[in-house]
Design a protein around this ligand. Structure first.
Ligand SMILES: *Cc1c(COP(=O)(O)O)cnc(C)c1O
Length: 406
């Protein structure tokens, strides 16, 4: 008989890098989820902006099961139909002419940064190796990407770190301009900082970075791991801003819950990565290709992107209304279905307590640092699920204000 599993086992068996919620989810459908005790939750976390089509979407199940009956994996000594179809879909839908597939956002950014170094070295010489990134940025947890990230707490314990990465202030063009020069090979930026507090870039900032990169022959890398695949109401956030990068990383929602990442670039830039210069065993496997292909087909439609905009408006209207009574938040911000609520100063640092109170009330949600609550629900979430989730959120805020999170 198989062993019965409790949350306690996590603390006994797992490397203690996470502090998961006290319940264990076992089943989910759409934007609702149930734990071991059968308690129901509305899902505003979306697997951290991953489950673009909610849980157990029938078309994704069908794509996965169909491909599982045909071919799972061959390694990159062979290519396969689903991944080539997905590549063509991404190329047709974006600025890209070349695609590299991997398994996560960190790997997509790792590929982007390595590409930038090699492109600069090949075309301009080894001295052109500087990378400019931004404070509070998040790019993943490999050593290179955590060093590019702008939260020293995530990187300092793993020193020595890769050198020649400088951090400017996000949304501050003067600060970026002071660091970008002819020695710069790339600028990496999130069009909207996700983990860093749900902070959209201004259009002028991204336009300014584009101009600085052009002036200094540096590649502009957009990390769209969190903002990509419809999250902002555009297929990619660069389309919303009207600023086109040279390299774009995408992951999270791309697989709708199945692990896959991709780096997109132009033919001119991508040519420098010849045979053998980069790779990964699982990258581009047919299972991921089949599922992500179906995700793209379902997300990149006017109806789905319209729902993201309409639900955004609903969130903003209802959050503003509930905050009139609660007076907990100073601001709600974000694009599409990536929305942050900034706690007023007297509640600074308490976002986690509100998220814990939310679980008690049957709501899964996220935080982005200590001061911001974050919502990243499925892109196809219904009007009634948003309303029900925000009713539970109101109760969670009241519970927090009454002094209890659990
Ligand atoms: C989540 C995230 C990553 C890292 O993705 P993983 O799949 O966890 O490696 C990188 N960049 C951004 C903007 C993210 O939100």
């Amino acid at each position: 008989m198989s062993q019965s599993i409790t949350r306690q086992h996590f603390d006994e068996w797992m490397l203690p890098v996470y502090a998961p919620a006290p319940f264990i989810p076992v089943n989910a459908q759409g934007s609702r989820l149930w734990d071991q005790q059968g308690k129901e939750y509305v899902d505003f976390a979306g697997g951290i902006a991953v489950n673009a089509l909610g849980h157990a979407h029938p078309a994704l199940q069908a794509a996965l099961v169909e491909q599982a009956g045909k071919l799972w994996h061959t390694g990159n000594g062979y290519t396969n139909e689903p991944i080539l179809r997905l590549a063509k879909t991404l190329i047709d839908a974006t600025f890209a002419e070349r695609v590299f597939f991997c398994n996560s956002g960190a790997e997509a950014n790792e590929a982007a940064l390595k590409l930038a170094r090699k492109y600069a070295h090949d075309n301009h010489g080894a001295q052109k190796s500087g990378i400019v990134a931004f404070k509070n940025a998040f790019h993943g947890r490999t050593l290179f990407t955590v060093s590019a990230g702008g939260q020293p707490a995530y990187s300092q314990d793993f020193a020595p770190l890769p050198p020649q990465i400088d951090h400017a202030v996000f949304n501050d063009l003067d600060s970026a301009s002071a660091l970008i020069g002819d020695h710069t090979c790339a600028v990496i930026v999130e069009p909207m900082q996700g983990e860093g507090g749900v902070v959209p870039a201004t259009r002028e900032f991204l336009q300014g970075l584009r101009a600085l990169c052009d002036r200094h022959n540096a590649l502009l890398i957009f990390d769209e791991v969190q903002t990509g695949v419809g999250r902002t109401g555009s297929l990619y956030a660069y389309m919303h801003y009207g600023v086109t990068p040279d390299v774009l990383s995408t992951a999270k929602a791309l697989g709708g819950g199945f692990p896959i990442g991709a780096m997109l670039t132009t033919d001119r830039v991508g040519q420098c990565m010849g045979v053998g210069t980069h790779g990964t065993t699982y990258g581009g496997n047919p299972l991921a290709g089949a599922v992500a292909g179906r995700v793209m087909a379902l997300v990149n439609t006017p109806e789905m992107l319209e729902n993201v905009q309409v639900r955004h408006q609903q969130f903003m209207t209802q959050l503003t209304a509930l905050n009139r009574d609660l007076n907990l938040f100073s601001e709600f911000r974000g694009l599409g279905l990536l929305i942050g609520g900034v706690l007023r100063e007297e509640h600074a640092g308490k976002a986690k307590l509100i998220a814990q109170a939310a679980a008690h009330e049957g709501l899964m949600m996220l935080i982005a640092g200590g001061n911001v609550v974050r919502f990243a629900p499925a892109l196809n979430i219904s009007e009634s699920d948003v309303t029900e989730g925000l009713t539970r959120f109101t109760r969670a805020c009241e519970r927090y204000l009454a002094g209890g999170s659990s």
